[in-house]
Design a protein around this ligand. Structure first.
Ligand code: HCA
Ligand code: CU
Length: 459
């Protein structure tokens, strides 16, 4: 059975500027467990006392997932993993010529001895062991097999085929992983693919085809450099392409947002599955199709992961989408009026960038001659935020950028440091959001101004 290993707390925290608190790590581990991931790589306990503490506390939570500590091939590191109470230690030692010669300055024979010694040591402490030959994809195949077999003989029951610098492409990765699977008879293989050329998930899928039984991911794809496959996209690829229904896909957005919020590492709008635009349709040709049958342009329905499809109205939009938007606002327009409304919308789109709901309503009122008493469906507010004196305003800004309902942020002078423009669906949501903003680390106090009317300057 295919397994997912999430390493947000180890590889993910290796992303620039990402540092989780112990409590945040515990919450992430619990959320991952609810998604149903099979293994959680909770960190390398030798990195710092807090990393150690987090691993120890996560190990004691009795989650369903197997808890793993990462470690270099040192007895001290392995002892710490044992002390942290994990189920398994993942021992890392490089095997490629460049890493052996230029980084750790060891010969191949010395490497074999180190691997043998440390895997048996960990096994002797009663830990399950995964061996990761670092830079495996650049390792000469015969030596890779030799190093892995050494680890297996010494007690490792999993080895990880790591594409440490993201150099692979699917057909080559498939062949290499298959060779490994065949020659390491019986041993389970993990794949850990870096995204330096954007091929991490493609290589990962090829690895599965080749017989790997566990794939490494992080929430939002965080990690060193360009990171590794994203948890949500990997699980959805399993579901859609491999028919795997093992994981709770409704929780993918929740965990992605939480990790965005506490890491300050935010997703681009076009990010697969969890990105703001992942289910938006804009061009008239597309929206026309979508409104008739969503399968025309959707691989799967956003509802299955608890998201909503969005129809964007602007100069690319055709009559069908505008008519459906007007219907949403309770506005009636006949065919001729609809044509004129679309023309006006196109004009605005050509003049400036973003078309707001108020613009569409305004145009519809002018064209139909009927004044609609439309109360804006959304609640807008300006939240003024004061930062604690020892905190950088920019670090709060970074966190605020991850709240989907925060549309604009200003650093300001005066009694407050930040002004955040927020748009939510109702006052309950507003209340919840303000509570969340107040609870953000570094925020001293907030002051909220409700927006009654909003005007956009057209020049
Ligand atoms: C690292 C190396 C690693 C290890 C992968 C693994 C890699 O950053 O410490 O243990 O499976 O990419 O080689 O992440
Ligand atoms: Cu890595």
């Amino acid at each position: 059975m295919l397994k997912v290993l999430d390493t947000t707390l180890r590889e993910g925290e290796q992303a620039p500027q990402v540092n989780f608190t112990v409590d945040e790590k515990i919450k992430i581990a619990k959320l991952l467990d609810k998604v149903g991931v099979d293994m959680i790589e909770a960190g390398d306990p030798s990195v710092s006392p807090k990393v150690f503490e987090a691993i120890k506390r996560i190990s004691s939570l009795n989650l369903n997932a197997e808890i793993i500590a990462h470690s270099l091939a040192t007895k001290l590191g392995i002892d710490k993993a044992k002390e942290a109470g994990v189920d398994r230690v993942a021992i890392l030692f490089p095997t490629s010529k460049i890493h052996l010669q230029d980084k750790v300055k060891k010969t191949e024979d010395e490497a074999i001895k180190i691997i043998e010694e440390h895997v048996s040591y960990a096994k002797g402490l009663g830990l399950k062991v995964r061996f990761t030959p670092e830079d495996a994809t650049r390792t000469e195949p015969d030596f890779l097999i030799k190093a892995c077999n050494t680890a297996i003989k010494a007690g490792a029951d999993r080895v990880c085929f790591a594409d440490t610098i993201g150099i692979m492409q699917p057909h080559i990765f498939y062949e290499r992983a298959r060779e490994l699977k065949e020659k390491l008879s019986g041993c389970e293989i993990d794949v850990h693919c870096h995204n330096d050329l954007g091929l991490a998930l493609a290589n990962t899928m090829a690895g599965i085809r080749a017989g790997a039984s566990c794939v490494h991911v992080t929430v939002n794809g965080m990690g060193e450099r360009a990171g590794i496959p994203d948890l949500a996209e990997t699980i959805m690829a399993f579901k859609i392409l491999e028919n795997s229904n093992k994981y709770d896909i409704k929780r993918l957005t929740e965990i992605s947002s939480y990790v965005e919020k506490v890491s300050g590492f935010f997703n681009s709008p076009n990010k697969t599955i969890v990105g703001e635009n992942a289910f938006s349709h804009k061009c008239g040709v597309h929206t026309n199709g979508i409104l008739k049958n969503p399968n025309t342009y959707e691989l799967f329905s956003p509802e299955i992961i608890g998201r909503e499809r969005k129809i964007i109205v602007d100069k690319y939009t055709g009559k069908a989408a505008v008519a459906s938007k007007l219907k949403e606002y309770g506005i009636n327009a006949d065919d001729e009026q609809l044509k004129r409304i679309v023309e006006e919308i196109k004009k605005i789109g050509d003049e400036r960038k973003i078309l707001h709901t108020a613009d569409i309503i305004d145009i519809a009122e002018q064209v139909t001659g009927v004044r609609s008493n439309i109360i804006p469906k959304k609640v807008n507010a300006l939240v003024l935020i004061e930062a604690k004196s020892q905190v950088y305003t920019s670090s709060i800004i970074r966190k605020l950028r991850n709240f989907k309902s925060v549309s604009r942020l200003f650093e300001i002078t005066g009694d407050y440091d930040i002004s955040a423009h927020i748009e939510v669906n109702n006052t309950t949501e507003l209340n919840n959001l303000i509570e969340e903003l107040r609870a953000l680390p570094g925020v001293k106090q907030t002051n909220t101004k409700l927006v009654l009317k909003m005007y956009e300057n057209s020049n």
